[in-house]
Design a binder for this molecule. Sequence first.
Ligand code: NCD
Length: 309
Amino acid sequence: MDLQGEDLISIADLSEPAIHHILREAKALVPAARGEESLDLLKGRILATLFFEASTRTRLSFESAMQRLGGGVLGFGLVEGSSVTKGETLADTVKMVEAYADAIVLRHPQEGAARLAAEFSTKPVINAGDGAGQHPTQTLLDLFTIWDEKGTLEGNQVVLLGDLKYGRTVHSLAYALALLGSDLTMVAPPTLRMPKEILERVEEFGGKPEETESLSEAIQAADVLYVTRIQKERFPDAQEYQRVAGSYRIDLRVLRDAKKDLIILHPLPRVTEIAPEVDRTPHALYFRQAFNGVPIRMALLNLILGGVA
Ligand code: NCD
């Protein structure tokens, strides 16, 4: 299994053994991710982070991961600080940046942008979210969190809740969970159901996803509840967003009939979909999940940029 020099655009680019390999490597890198060990596996290598959309966790955890491996990071703070505001195309931006760095992490509002960037770049491109498309590194850290907590990725009952139409994290995660043998139940407001083509793809990966509007029923059987935010910025009109805003919320009352060892994940940021009172319960894993972005991205960068963990 060799990821050296490879792009990562969709989670579907990775085989099952490749995913397991990344998870194991990440586990070994946890002490270094916490700063308890110091590594220089990527000394002298440079990662460019190109974020054309807002980000807190993804960007910072990529930067932390690269620096924890002894490498360097460059990028513009905001799109406003780059020549994109002068009309430079993504293709030209990528051609420039590849001259300054050894790999590129790209987040962009347009679906397909990362694939396009990879065509123009001779250096590896990692998709950090392309519109409502895919978010493969988020999926790797989601899988890591489930695997680390449950000991396996097989046979878990996983409920995906929320904006399954525009949410890229759930698109990537649904493929991977199907491939790895979890049972999927999708719970979404009627206008935000998972797109048909993604459901079909999930079936190709071996999944038999169920869809329901009954959250309370789905929660009773769940081992993992993956909650997502309604992707306000992707709605073509604000009124449509207002009609669904706040239509689901996880609080202590909703969790009354949940399994004791149910774990709740959320890619974050959350808005109103998980009440803060849930944070104090043993179900809440979303902050640990956010930390897991560091060891996962360390493992991935190390495999792609050629170090040996
Ligand atoms: C997600 C994203 O950008 O898709 N955030 C993240 O990367 N942790 C989820 C979201 O914005 O709702």
